[in-house]
Write a new protein. Structure first.
Length: 92
């Protein structure tokens, strides 16, 4: 299961039902306390956080941050993950 750190809280946790990812939501106040070494991906909600904060995290971690600009885009990314996960299950 892919581990994703989601920077910014979408405040609608229902989108994570049946989510094929292990999502760890990181609030703004937690950004400087989180150890990202076990993350496979970092997603940043630009509609919740200042882009400069995301740049700082990217610089500190050396991990490219996928920028999510709208709640709709977040839903689409999760749906893409569901489809990929379903394909993997069929193929195995």
């Amino acid at each position: 299961m892919r581990k994703i750190y989601l920077l910014g809280n979408p405040h609608n946790s229902s989108i994570f039902l049946n989510c094929p990812f292990d999502v760890k939501i990181v609030e703004r106040k937690e950004l400087d306390k989180v150890d990202f070494t076990d993350s496979q991906e970092i997603w940043g909600l630009t509609y919740k956080l200042d882009p400069q904060l995301l740049k700082n995290v990217q610089r500190q971690t050396n991990i490219s941050i996928k920028k999510i600009e709208t709640f709709q885009q977040l839903k689409q990314e999760i749906e893409k993950g569901r489809e990929e996960y379903a394909k993997q299950k069929v193929g195995s």
